[in-house]
Design a protein around this ligand. Structure first.
Ligand code: IDP
Ligand code: MG
Length: 149
């Protein structure tokens, strides 16, 4: 059953930071009505990035991807269908296929520089949240929007 406490892991990639898009991207998730659970700005280690993208380790772009992904804000959002909705808000992996109005559709042009990561399943979201955040970093509070959703 769909749960209002579903969580997703979103990472703004270094080019998203350089283009000054952090505020705009965070705003989209806030406006949609998702609850901010955790956020930090960090320089990820190579080991962490390799673990995060372990399913892509045999792809030709893997080494370049690890090199590209060094820093950015990482965020946990919570809400009804947040994983699927988050992916819709991101757009397709390749910005060329992403519709205007989506984050990748509006702000980037090439697949190797697509400015944002979002979990692709509830299961992967849980793995990624545990990889990037400690339990103490996940903040517990009741959102005033909760009763309206
Ligand atoms: P996703 O980010 O939409 O989930 P994945 O297939 O999981 O897409 O790929 C992870 C990341 O790897 C992409 O967001 C993109 O940065 C990079 N990537 C995927 N395909 C290519 C490619 O063909 N060339 C270069 N980079 C790629
Ligand atoms: Mg993916």
């Amino acid at each position: 059953m769909a749960s209002i406490s579903e969580r997703t892991f979103i990472a703004i990639k270094p080019d998203g930071v350089q283009w000054g898009l952090v505020g705009k991207i965070i705003t989209r998730f806030e406006q949609k009505g998702f609850k901010l659970v955790a956020m930090k700005f960090m320089h990820a280690s190579e080991d962490l990035l390799k673990e995060h993208y372990t399913d892509l380790k045999d792809r030709p772009f893997y080494a370049g991807l690890i090199k590209y992904m060094r820093s950015g804000p990482v965020v946990v959002w919570e809400g009804l269908n947040v994983v699927k909705t988050g992916r819709v808000m991101l757009g397709e992996t390749n910005p060329t296929d992403s519709k205007p109005g989506t984050i990748r559709g509006d702000f980037c042009v090439q697949v190797g520089r697509n400015i944002i990561h979002g979990s692709d399943s509830v299961e992967n979201a849980e793995t990624e949240i545990n990889l990037w955040f400690t339990p103490e970093e996940l903040v517990e509070y009741t959102s005033c929007a909760h009763q309206w959703i």
